[in-house]
Ligand binder design. Structure first.
Ligand SMILES: [Zn+2]
Ligand SMILES: [Zn+2]
Length: 375
């Protein structure tokens, strides 16, 4: 005998609710409209329906538990399969759920918007107040979002009587099936607008250009998004506004390069100044600052100016400014300069410099290699 409990996947002492729940789940999975119309799923669907027919009826279930099969021909009950009941149980409940949902609200939330915000290095370093123009939708000033010509109001849909949906009876191989569809006359809203607002054509909102003021915090970077809650477009039907996200794009600076919250700059120093030492005025984002170069300053030497970098985002303090020294070797020397440099070379015993290879661990290349390999 067929094990109807096994087909529904419920224990033998399952409650009517458990049986109903198991049946609904399986019927959804194996319904021909979902599973396709291949014969295997049709058979499975019939099995599931037959099992439910027996186990959902207290009399049939008792007979089945005692060893009779009420669903098989000559099984004793003679009641047939009762598919109509099953469909009413299943689809009737589904239609009920649909009706409970009711009409779709006409007012819906507006979409979020992503707006690009270009900032220069000074602005991301110190933070800035920006006025950002955005093209968006605002509440229609004529109808205030009601979508109706002033003095008129929405009317209940005569086709669906305000439900927003209509029920149709379709025939299937197992009998009549009730389906619920959105009402075409009112697009599911349950109401129609007899006279749309002339300004917004019944949308409840109109296009507009607004300017949003925003305080950009110090430390934002390319890709940082700033959320302006409720500053986006008003939704259809005058629905609540979406959000605006400002996405930061930092413009390249002429002299400073940003790495994290530190800034880097290259300072070009004549060979003589590097050798003799000097004090230079440096144009920083905080105005002029003095940079002291000691006598004997080397190429690629770094002078760090503490706290002159970018402000840390949502935290106190700032990064540093690293000044990289680039020693410039003079070119296009005139006769007198050549003579002076020759004399210097003689005085330093450097007229014929020996070939001297730096140790592998201390040379420029070693530092470069360490940097590349991340050591
Ligand atoms: Zn309007
Ligand atoms: Zn309708």
């Amino acid at each position: 005998m067929t094990d109807y409990y096994e087909i529904l996947g419920v224990p033998r002492d399952a409650s009517p609710e458990q049986i109903k729940k198991a049946y609904r789940k399986l019927a959804r999975e194996h319904h021909p409209d979902v599973a396709g119309s291949d014969s295997a799923s049709e058979e499975r669907f019939k099995d599931v329906s037959r099992a439910y027919d027996v186990l959902s009826n207290p009399e049939k279930r008792r007979a089945y538990d005692l060893g009779a099969d009420p669903a098989s021909p000559g099984g004793g009950m003679g009641g047939g399969f009762g598919f109509q009941d099953i469909f009413e149980t299943f689809f009737g409940a589904a239609a009920g759920a649909g009706a409970q949902r009711g009409p779709i609200p006409r007012a819906r939330r507006g979409q979020d918007a992503l707006v690009r915000l270009d900032l220069d290095l000074t602005e991301v370093t110190f933070g800035a107040h920006k006025e950002v123009p955005v093209d968006t939708a605002v509440l229609c000033p004529t109808c205030g979002g009601s979508c109706c010509r002033p003095g008129t109001s929405p009317r209940t849909c005569e086709v669906c009587h305000g439900r927003g949906s209509v029920q149709r009876v379709a025939r299937s191989f197992l009998g009549q099936v009730m389906t619920t569809q959105p009402c075409a006359a009112c697009h599911g809203f349950g109401t129609v607008i007899p006279e749309p607002c002339p300004e917004c054509s019944g949308e409840g909102r109109v296009r507009s250009r607004r300017t949003l003021g925003v305080d950009v915090p110090a430390g934002v970077d390319t890709g940082t998004r700033i959320k302006l809650t409720g500053q986006g477009e008003v939704g259809p039907g005058g629905g609540p506004a979406g959000d605006v996200y400002l996405e930061v794009h930092e413009r390249k600076h002429d002299t400073f390069v940003r790495r994290g919250d530190d800034l880097h700059a290259t300072l070009q120093v004549p060979m003589t100044a590097a050798a003799l030492g000097t004090t230079l005025q440096l144009d920083t984002l905080d105005g002029e600052r003095e940079v002291d170069l000691r006598p004997g300053t080397q190429p690629a030497q770094v002078v760090t100016l503490k706290g002159l970098g970018v402000g840390h985002l949502h935290a106190g303090g700032r990064g540093d400014l690293h000044v990289h020294v680039e020693v410039q070797v003079p070119t296009a020397l005139d006769d007198e300069q050549v003579e002076l440099l020759r004399r210097l070379a003689v005085l330093r015993g450097e007229e014929r410099p020996e070939s001297r290879l730096a140790s592998a661990s201390s040379g420029v290349f070693a530092k470069l290699r360490d940097k590349l390999s991340g050591r």
